[in-house]
Design a protein around this ligand. Structure first.
Ligand SMILES: [Zn+2]
Ligand SMILES: [Zn+2]
Length: 310
């Protein structure tokens, strides 16, 4: 994967009854072939895979779930909320590509970038097809994977309905993208999804911090031991960024796109720009929720700017 993620981790948990995979990765002819090679290397075939557990609906995690199911009929586990989010993004009734880009236009995204983004969003469809049949996993329930029983912990912010898996005796958490080492998980405000994603994310981190974890296995980068410390770093990072944006608004009212360019620059790929502007908007929304910023909507064209309330 491109920087900063670099790669996605798929975890293989074998047992006497079959192989479980946590987050199979995005679908492409390359990843299909890689899985065939990897399973063969481990002494299994595609037919041995009987369970796929999906932490969240993003294509780099959820993508191959339907393909694996079409190969050997495995069960695919995810949360109800994550499944709903996958339909919002890529279901047959979804028009997220036009909805998201016209909403971002209101937030100042230039038309050329919006047009590119509209096309770019369609490119994800082959990565997440076909849509699997889902076995729903509820928050706090237990799933047996690799011969062990894991508790599912639902969180949000990075992705609604994200499930981490926790094994208390081993002190292991399979944390998907809920907590990442080195990288701050993207927090995006998206129309029709969580209206307060940064607030949800920070609340989720406080919740995940309550578990005793010796080692966490993330969706990207290497396994890590310093979970409590990493959670503190992420919370501080977002508080610092909120202060920075608040200061920017003190100088003048600004659009989400203007704040995005100040924070992240405007020389980003289409893919990165979507994450960047939606993250800037998630922060702006959190300032609105805290009563520190308000919105100004143009009566001429409906464009939106954020302003300080102090
Ligand atoms: Zn993700
Ligand atoms: Zn990811």
């Amino acid at each position: 994967m491109s920087y900063p993620l670099r790669w996605v981790n798929s975890y293989v948990l074998p047992s006497s009854t079959g192989v479980a995979i946590i987050d199979p990765g995005p679908r492409s002819s390359i990843t299909e072939e890689e899985w065939g090679n990897a399973l063969e290397h481990l002494g299994y075939t595609l037919k041995d895979v009987n369970k796929i557990f999906v932490t969240h609906h993003h294509p780099d995690h959820f993508g191959l779930a339907g393909w694996f199911q079409s190969q050997g009929g495995c069960k695919v586990y995810m949360s109800q909320r994550a499944y709903a989010e996958s339909l919002l993004m890529w279901g047959s009734n979804s028009n997220m590509n036009t909805e998201l880009t016209s909403w971002l236009r209101q937030h100042g995204l230039p038309v050329t970038l919006a047009t590119q983004m509209e096309q770019h969003l369609l490119e994800f469809l082959p990565q997440v097809s076909p849509t699997p049949e889902i076995t729903i996993v509820d928050d706090g329930s237990y799933v047996t994977l690799g011969g062990r029983s894991w508790m599912a912990i639902e969180s949000g912010g990075h992705a609604p309905g994200h499930l981490s898996l926790y094994h208390q005796d081993l002190g292991i958490m399979m944390c998907g993208d809920a907590i990442l080492p080195q990288i701050s998980p993207n927090i995006s405000l998206i129309p029709g999804s969580d209206p307060e994603p940064l607030y949800t994310f920070m609340n989720s981190l406080h919740r995940l911090k309550e578990y005793k974890v010796n080692e966490a296995f993330p969706g990207h980068r290497d396994p890590f031991h310093t979970v409590q410390q990493r959670i503190e770093e992420l919370l501080n990072h977002h508080e610092e960024r909120l202060i920075k944006i608040e200061q920017l608004l003190c100088h003048s009212s600004q659009s989400g796109y203007e704040i995005c360019c100040t924070l992240f620059g405007n020389n980003l790929s289409t893919h990165q720009m979507r994450f960047a502007i939606c993250e800037a908007l998630a922060h702006l929304q959190e300032l609105v929720r805290r009563g520190k910023a308000g919105t100004l909507v143009s009566s001429l064209d409906g464009s939106i700017k954020f302003t300080t309330l102090l």
